[in-house]
Design a protein around this ligand. Structure first.
Ligand SMILES: [Zn+2]
Length: 130
């Protein structure tokens, strides 16, 4: 026998297409009994995602060439100069595209701080530093 469908309605007022959970009239997403579990799963997913991002950024810092490490990112001119050098390095094959993209993400964060009027004193951290 096939599982019964969830009784809940979508925002477009259509019947939910997901099967109801065993012993319930609702699916995992619509059952009030799973709300806490859902929230925990969402939090866990975010934590995993953040950890992966941090690791990728850390790896990019380690793989960044010597001349890129410790570069100042205090002004828009600093950012422009780093971007130009980075693009050249990626195009010449000195820096891997993936590493370049991660470093660009770090540069973008420094820029975000600038547009909010904060002096971030941002820097591409030197190898081995925290
Ligand atoms: Zn449902």
């Amino acid at each position: 026998m096939r599982a019964r469908r969830c009784w809940a309605r979508t925002v477009e007022n259509r019947r939910c297409l997901v099967a109801a959970r065993k012993g319930s009239t609702r699916c995992y997403f619509h059952d009030p009994a799973t709300q806490q579990e859902q929230q925990e799963n969402r939090r866990r997913a975010i934590r995993t995602c953040n950890a992966k991002r941090r690791l990728a950024a850390e790896k990019a810092r380690e793989e960044a060439p010597e001349w890129l490490q410790g570069r100042r990112l205090d002004t828009l001119d600093d950012v422009r100069a780093v971007n130009c050098d980075l693009i050249r390095a990626v195009c010449s094959g000195e820096v891997e595209l993936r590493t370049g993209a991660e470093i660009l993400g770090i540069v973008k964060m420094a820029m975000r701080g600038m547009s909010e009027g904060n002096s971030t004193r941002g820097r591409i951290r030197p190898r081995g530093a925290l």
